[in-house]
Design a protein around this ligand. Structure first.
Ligand SMILES: Nc1ncnc2c1ncn2[C@@H]1O[C@H](COP(=O)(O)OP(=O)(O)OP(=O)(O)O)[C@@H](O)[C@H]1O
Length: 208
């Protein structure tokens, strides 16, 4: 079994996966994967296209069943997928409120606006989602994460479509999340510049 361990042993695990196996379309993607995610940890999933990074994130989020093994979640988990889960027919404010409502209480408008300001969408509360660029959609989806209370963030290509300034802001937010006792697992085809980053190469556990 391949184990990824994070910080020192006195930190409680936020999430563990034991002897995890994944199958897609009748084919084994990976097997025997073990993972411990602890407060403050950031884990970068690496591996070739098709090695199972998105599949693993979805298993950890509980969005798909594992073919083998078990996952123990000891803290609330939030997942950000490729598609951002945004409804085109809503306004920016409505979409953000809707996303927040799926995971807990909806913050008041002052707080929503403050986070939207931070991602450069402060004047777009009433703007239709369908008119946002790809990068703006990504920022809106990310805004939901830092308004929520999940301690474990599972992020599929979070830097995708973001400009340099937004990438730097995302780094700041991820660091603040870790410092506050959160943890994250992410995929990224571009370099990740977070300090103390752990890596897991899924090519090493992928089925031949
Ligand atoms: N809907 C599906 N039905 C059947 N097989 C699928 C499906 N989606 C993905 N797969 C297969 O599952 C395997 C893992 O895919 P996954 O998307 O998890 O890989 P990945 O490492 O995230 O890839 P990438 O780097 O290209 O994003 C691949 O072999 C892929 O062909």
């Amino acid at each position: 079994m391949t184990w990824v361990t994070g910080l020192t042993s006195d930190d409680a695990d936020l999430l563990t996966a034991t002897d995890l196996g994944c199958r897609r379309g009748g084919r084994r993607v990976f097997s025997g994967l073990g993972l411990q995610l602890r407060a403050g940890q950031a884990l970068w999933l690496q591996g070739a296209n098709g090695s199972g990074k998105t599949s693993l994130l979805r298993l950890l989020a509980g969005l798909a069943p594992a073919a083998a093994g078990r996952i123990d979640r000891h803290a609330p988990v939030a997942y950000l997928g490729h598609t951002n889960a945004l409804k085109d027919e809503l306004t920016v404010g409505e979409a953000l409120r809707f996303l927040c409502s799926l995971h807990g209480p909806v913050p008041d408008d002052t707080r929503l606006r403050a986070v939207l300001e931070r991602v450069g969408l402060g004047r777009r509360m009433d703007f239709p989602v369908r008119k946002l660029s790809q990068g703006q959609r990504r920022k809106l989806a990310l805004a939901r994460l830092w308004l929520g209370e999940a301690r474990v963030w599972l992020l599929d290509e979070p830097y995708d479509a973001l400009d340099r300034q937004a990438c730097a802001l995302l780094d700041e937010v991820l660091q603040a999340h870790r410092a506050a006792g959160g943890a994250l697992v992410l995929t990224s085809h571009q370099a990740v510049h977070l300090p103390g980053l752990d890596t897991l190469d899924l090519s090493a556990v992928a089925a031949p």
